[in-house]
Design a protein around this ligand. Structure first.
Ligand code: ADP
Ligand code: NI
Length: 217
């Protein structure tokens, strides 16, 4: 099989697997991350094939939607990749990226590093901020039936991984617990620039939100 065929099979597999996914973690999230990654790659030296496979498969079975099982994503991705007659070191690299890409309160303890991981991670983080980030966050909060905002419940920006994962706090708190922290976590220059713009947009959004909340018309 050619690389083009494998990418095309991967797209079809992901699109089908995620057909009933929550709106913020669906095929369109994958497609945006894939496009972000290819955009970042234009200014970096890295393996395009690995980046494409990893961005397409990075949320194939998110633990949030599978009772916290953090092994299911890498397992499903591995089974798929093994069906595509790929070299073992490519499969291993893609799986390592999938295992390490996630935010989870910023508590990832792994010594794996690759330029390709940096790029896919930035691509995923960019989709968590700005206008799209806001939409995804409220969609997820609604999906969990969390309140939009409660002035009596303060954000906890330094939560443990367990607290972060089981949090049912208001969705506005998630901005302080994750979204506003992301611009300083970008790995590449390209992503840092885009993140700064998206960060400003979220700050403007929050200012307006509080004004309207307080009835300042
Ligand atoms: P990662 O998968 O990178 O660890 P998450 O899956 O926690 O990061 O977050 C992915 C997106 O899901 C977030 O950017 C946000 O839009 C949404 N999300 C996750 N947790 C929450 C939450 N507690 N409240 C609102 N949105 C959330
Ligand atoms: Ni993602």
């Amino acid at each position: 099989m050619t690389e083009t065929q494998i990418i095309s099979n991967t797209k079809a597999f992901v699109q089908d697997t995620l057909k009933n996914a929550e709106g913020g973690h669906d095929w369109f999230h994958i497609l945006r991350v894939y496009n972000n990654a290819l955009h970042i790659l234009k200014s970096e030296e890295a393996d395009a094939f690995v980046i494409q496979l990893a961005s397409l498969l990075h949320d194939i079975a998110d633990s949030k939607f599978h009772n916290g099982d953090e092994e299911i994503g890498p397992r499903v991705a591995k089974a798929f990749l093994e069906s595509q007659s790929l070299e073992l070191d490519i499969v291993d690299h893609v799986i390592k990226i999938i295992e390490n890409v996630s935010y989870k309160g910023g508590h990832n303890i792994s010594d794996f590093y690759s330029k390709e991981l940096d790029i896919v991670q930035d691509a995923d983080r960019l989709d968590a901020i700005g206008a799209i980030g806001i939409a995804r966050t409220f969609n997820f909060g609604g999906f969990k039936n969390n309140p939009i905002y409660d002035p009596d419940i303060s954000p906890h920006p330094n939560q443990s991984k367990e607290e972060y994962k089981k949090s049912n706090s208001p969705t506005i708190n998630h901005f302080y617990e994750k979204l506003l922290l992301l611009k300083d976590k970008m790995n590449t220059t390209t992503a840092k620039k885009i993140a700064n713009k998206r960060h400003e947009f979220m700050q403007m959004y929050l200012e307006q939100f509080y004004k309207e909340w307080k009835g300042e018309l």
